[in-house]
Ligand binder design. Sequence first.
Ligand SMILES: [Zn+2]
Length: 84
Amino acid sequence: MFCLRCGSNRLRRSRTRGLKEKTLKLLGYRAFRCREENCDWRGMLKIRDTWENRLSFNPKLRVTLSIILWLLFFILSLVSYYLK
Ligand SMILES: [Zn+2]
């Protein structure tokens, strides 16, 4: 995350204010404020859509993924058993 005014990465999360920012928050944006002196920029930035973020928001997906991983492991162990 970089400041749009000075390019610094010294940003801190800020609270969302008002309906507009709350709407943006639903779209994956977060409010940030620049900690650089003489800048004090504040605005909304889209946070990266990582797998980690998705998993923490979606427990169903996490369960599905663990079942798939477990099945893969099971199949692999079966295959290695029969190939002996
Ligand atoms: Zn700045």
